[in-house]
Design a protein around this ligand. Structure first.
Ligand SMILES: Cc1ncc(COP(=O)(O)O)c(C=O)c1O
Length: 1007
């Protein structure tokens, strides 16, 4: 290991390196031996590339902090009581693959997915990704490695793109405000239901769902309704509202427009009736259809939601996709998820930022009705770029083509003698196959022979949904399935007639008459040159991992390797419908199984569900599993959830959503969990104790000694332990959640397992559970998955965001067991080295008894506030001038920064970061000493963008030079990243919520 200079952390690079050393010292014979040994091993091994520091650097860091070997260092960092005795995570357990071997295996999986053309619909369409967006957004690390834009001065590009997304949604739906994405359509509907429940003051408990709503959405609603005690009624909407028992207790209704069978109805009058019952109208819809249909905002909807994936995001076996969510003005401050607004910077220039950040779950904790944190920013950006690229007339053309093909299909199948159930439609038909011998099953058989999937509705009816990806030849093939099933003559392309443009199937009263996407941004960048430049113009404003380390504590911003990203955009993975028959997705299922098995080995648990789309969704799923387990034991009364005050805000929010009552547990002044408080609360609530949620290592960045004792206290009092696995990067191969004493944990694949953060999503939050909880894992109504007594679905798709599972699968397979364990060790070492370098300059808030932190460290800046009025944000903004993304600010302690370097950062980069922090410390000292004024200094005025450092002599009223403002350390002459605006005014932004793109008139009057 790292104890000697000839250790082999890196099998290839180090063997070559040591061979050279041997040659220099000992002559050629030994060199030959070393070379021969490596001759049959691949050279493209991954851990060499993934782990930042090399052997010598590792040794240097170990020596700097006073350890001669890695083993000694790890022994001092991780409590012996929880160290794994046997290596459950080594190369025997998970064998490493080289990059090229990985591609070979991924190719084999791809080839075992059958490339059928799916017209199944049900909210999922084949999308066409414009190549300029494919190459320059989804395949571009400058977009996909960004973090959530909490630091707006270095995130104006993605903020603008997310505003484009919001504007696109607002314009197409005709709603007052839209957010910057939610996880998927089902969970968006559940968020809508929770909003309706809150709007009715949680007194009215009936929520009516039209039977035309997507079945997977209904399943997610069922899960969510249970936690809130909402009564879900699924009925034909037209009947339901007449029922007085429903009407008097009604908080909201959900309808689908067009519905799952393709019907398009006028809901104007029903919306009035719902409003007269003081309930909310929630409409799930399709953005492309809204180019032709009267937008819900014009007929009375209060909330409009759906999935934006058909705007250029591959279906990917279910995700990830950006759900959208829009609402009326009166509900805007209750809307879940992130909202981007326009504010101004310190010079008065307009600038974007996350609006109403205080609404985020970190603050609301147990008062929250939503736990959404990570969402789908990258996919929202793709969808927004698609709208920018096509503009309103391009979208209208696409909609006309899809609708026109559907009309041709309808007239052809009717000519063969079939009945089409819905005469009024956009892109979906329900076809009665009664005239075919063998009815629907015969039609499905013929379709399968033509490599086509149709929707199974029942024995008689089949469903078909058309999309943009369809060629005229595809249309002919589809029509001929219906011809063949009734033994009619096949049609040819030349025999097809386009329907007359006037022949619309959408009644006049629900046709769209209002223009959409009239904003300049949607009417400018239509050539590829313009689009390419627009994408790069935005990208250049944003700091991502392509520029520098992003040391955000609790976020684990590590390398998102190119090799693990490559298979993601292969069409064999991108083009698969989530409800395709299982014999067509063998490659996907095998990859999913392997990932589940590896995650179980890593966590020490028995079973895994990959369904949750984010960490918070995993928390909710895990707690719901615990509830169901207690119910199965006849203990439905167990509803108390103990949560330390230091927990992430999503923990209490998820507990509330799962129907639990939160009781806080104290932490001691040294940051450790207060075991006595835990014991006393567990005993007080022993008859009703459901669960205890704990993050390990703690959010204070320390491996606490008492974790097993804490878990025992809970188990002794009848509760289950939920371990928040956000910090799993510190554990792999050293300990695991099962050994710590947990019963269930979630993992953030978008942290520990290298799925890129994408500027705020996608994410995947699988849960792993002990044997007794395995039967309760989430199920799915359409594709069998989960446990035998499982909870209902927590996501729309059976395996959540299935396509990005490939990234974590590749990451694990390429590192292998040893590479995974080595990654955790170096993550610990990098953090401890930073703690060592910053000690003496800053106060490292918490360490263990040996003076060690875990994989992250908290530095407390409270003293600077007291002495010099310098806040955490002043340090953060000044770091931007030094070219770094600031660490996590003011969490879990308001006066602190949480720093997490990860294993991927090299010693050079870490030293550069420490140099910057130390230099800023000196600048702060000048304010403390009075050489710089408290209200006009390098930190308070940070960041310093180009327009500020180029102010005229008269305007430059600062007690420091421009040189010092922009280039305080010499490395910046080479590596300068310029924030594009100066500090943004948060308070102004929240008071003046502007959440859409400027209009043509506003653009004219802008500076
Ligand atoms: C400790 C902890 N738990 C839970 C979460 C929630 O994860 P997600 O953002 O994927 O919902 C986070 C997110 O940063 C976290 O740091």
């Amino acid at each position: 290991m790292w104890s000697s200079a000839r250790s082999c952390l890196r099998s290839t690079r180090s063997s070559l390196h040591s061979a050279v050393l041997l040659k220099n010292r000992n002559g050629t014979r030994r060199l030959a031996t070393a070379t021969e040994k490596s001759l049959f091993k691949p050279l493209d091994t991954f851990s060499d590339r993934h782990i930042g520091p090399n052997d010598a650097e590792v040794q240097h860091m170990l020596n700097s902090i006073g350890y001669e070997s890695m083993e000694r260092f790890v022994d001092a960092s991780v409590p012996p009581s929880i160290r794994l005795k046997e290596a459950a995570v080594d190369n025997a357990a998970i064998q490493p693959l080289s990059e090229s071997e990985l591609f070979g295996r991924a190719k084999a999986f791809a080839e075992s997915n059958k490339p059928f053309k799916s017209y199944i619909g049900m909210g999922y369409h084949n999308a066409v990704v414009p190549p300029v967006i494919l190459r320059n957004v989804i395949e571009n690390p400058a977009w996909y490695t960004q973090y959530t834009p909490y630091q707006p001065e270095i995130a104006q590009g993605r903020l603008e793109s997310l505003v484009n997304f919001q504007t696109m949604v607002m314009s197409l739906t005709s709603m007052h405000v839209a957010n910057a994405s939610l996880l998927d359509e089902g969970t968006a509907a559940a968020e809508g239901m929770a909003m309706a429940f809150v709007a009715g003051n949680q007194r009215k408990k009936t929520f009516l769902v039209d039977s035309g709503v997507l079945p997977q959405t209904i399943s997610v609603l069922r899960t969510r309704a249970k936690g809130f005690g909402i009564k879900l009624v699924i009925k034909d909407f037209f009947e339901g509202i007449k029922d007085e028992a429903i009407r008097s207790d009604l908080c909201g209704v959900l309808l689908q427009y067009p519905d799952v069978n393709g019907h398009v109805k006028n809901y104007t009058q029903l919306a009035e009736e719902v409003h007269s019952a003081s309930a909310l109208v929630i409409c799930a819809t399709d953005l492309l259809a809204l180019t032709s249909l009267k937008p819900p905002g014009e007929w009375g909807a209060d909330i409009v939601l759906g999935n934006s994936a058909r705007f250029g995001v591959p279906v990917g076996y279910g995700g990830p996709h950006a759900a959208f969510f829009a609402c009326s003005q009166r509900l805007q401050r209750k809307m879940p998820g992130r909202l981007i607004g326009r504010s101004r910077d310190a010079t008065g220039k307009p600038a974007y930022r996350l609006a109403l950040q205080t609404r985020e779950q970190h603050i609301r904790r147990e008062k929250a009705t939503s736990n959404i944190c990570t969402a789908q920013a990258l996919l929202a950006n793709m969808a927004a770029m698609y709208a920018v690229y096509h503009g309103p007339s391009g979208l209208r053309q696409i909609a006309n083509k899809v609708h026109g093909f559907t009309k041709v299909l309808k007239s052809q199948v009717e000519a063969f003698g079939y009945d089409v159930e819905n005469q009024c439609f956009f892109d979906t038909l329900t076809i009665d196959t009664g005239i075919v011998e063998g009815s629907a099953s015969a039609v499905h058989r013929v379709a399968r022979e033509a490599h086509i999937n149709l929707r199974h509705i029942d024995d008689i009816r089949v469903g078909i949904t058309l999309d943009e990806s369809m060629s005229a030849e595809d249309l002919v093939r589809l029509i001929n399935v219906f011809a063949s099933a009734v033994s009619a003559n096949a049609v040819s392309l030349s025999s097809l007639q386009p329907p007359p443009a006037s022949n619309t199937t959408i009644p006049e009263d629900i046709q769209r008459t209002t223009p959409f996407l009239h904003h300049p941004v949607f009417n400018t960048h239509h050539s590829e040159t313009e689009m390419l430049r627009y994408i790069h113009h935005l990208q250049n404003k944003d700091l991502s991992l392509v520029h520098a380390m992003i040391p955000l504590g609790s976020c684990t911003m590590k390398l998102n390797s190119t090799s693990s990203m490559i298979p993601l955009t292969w069409p064999e993975f991108g083009g698969v419908h989530p409800f395709a028959p299982v014999d067509q997705v063998k490659g996907y299922l095998e990859m999913i199984k392997e990932l589940e098995i590896d995650l179980c080995k890593i966590t020490g648990f028995e079973a895994c569900s990959l369904q949750p789309n984010s960490g918070a969704s995993g928390e909710y799923a895990g707690l719901s599993v615990i509830r169901k387990y207690h119910e199965s034991q006849g203990e439905a009364n167990r509803k108390i959830c103990l949560i330390p005050v230091s927990a992430h805000g999503t923990n209490p929010a998820s507990a509330v959503m799962a129907g639990l009552k939160v009781v806080s547990v104290k932490v001691l002044s040294n940051g450790a969990l207060d075991l006595e408080d835990l014991r006393s609360k567990a005993e007080t609530h022993k008859d009703n104790l459901a669960a205890f949620m704990i993050t390990y290592p703690s959010t204070f960045g320390v491996f606490e000694d008492g974790v097993q004792e804490a878990c025992k206290i809970i188990h002794d009092n009848g509760g289950q332990v939920y371990l928040d696995g956000a910090n799993l990067n510190a554990q792999i191969g050293l300990t695991n959640p099962a050994t710590c004493g947990g019963d269930v944990c979630h993992l953030n694949l978008h942290k520990t397992f290298a799925i890129p953060h994408g500027g705020g999503g996608p994410g995947v939050g699988p849960i792993c559970v002990a044997k007794h909880l395995a039967p309760f894992l989430p199920t799915h109504d359409i594709i069998a998955t989960g446990g035998s007594k499982g909870i209902d679905a927590v996501s729309s798709a059976p395996f959540g965001s299935a396509s990005i599972l490939l990234i974590s699968w590749a990451y694990i397979k390429m590192l292998g067991g040893k590479g995974l364990a080595d990654s955790s060790k170096v993550a610990l070492l990098n953090a401890n080295y930073i703690a060592h370098r910053l000690a003496g300059h800053y106060s490292v808030k918490f360490t263990n008894g040996n003076g060690r932190v875990a994989h992250e460290l908290l530095i407390d800046l409270a003293d600077f506030d007291k002495k010099a009025d310098l806040k955490v944000m002043d340090f953060a903004k000044r770091l931007q001038d030094y070219g770094f993304h600031p660490p996590t600010c003011s969490w879990p302690i308001s006066t602190a920064m949480l720093i997490e370097p990860t294993e991927s950062e090299s010693l050079d980069e870490i030293d550069r970061f420490c140099d910057a922090m130390i230099e800023i410390r000196k600048e702060a000292q000048e304010v403390i000493d009075g050489t710089q004024p408290k209200d006009n200094n390098l930190l308070k005025n940070a960041p310093h963008p180009i327009p500020v450092v180029t102010l005229s002599e008269e305007e430059w009223n600062r007690p420091y030079s421009r040189q010092r403002a922009a280039y305080p350390l010499s490395y910046l002459l080479e590596k300068k990243f310029w924030p594009t605006v100066t500090r943004i005014d948060d308070a102004y932004g929240d008071l003046n919520l502007i959440c859409d793109c400027p209009s043509v008139e506003e653009t004219e009057s802008m500076p």
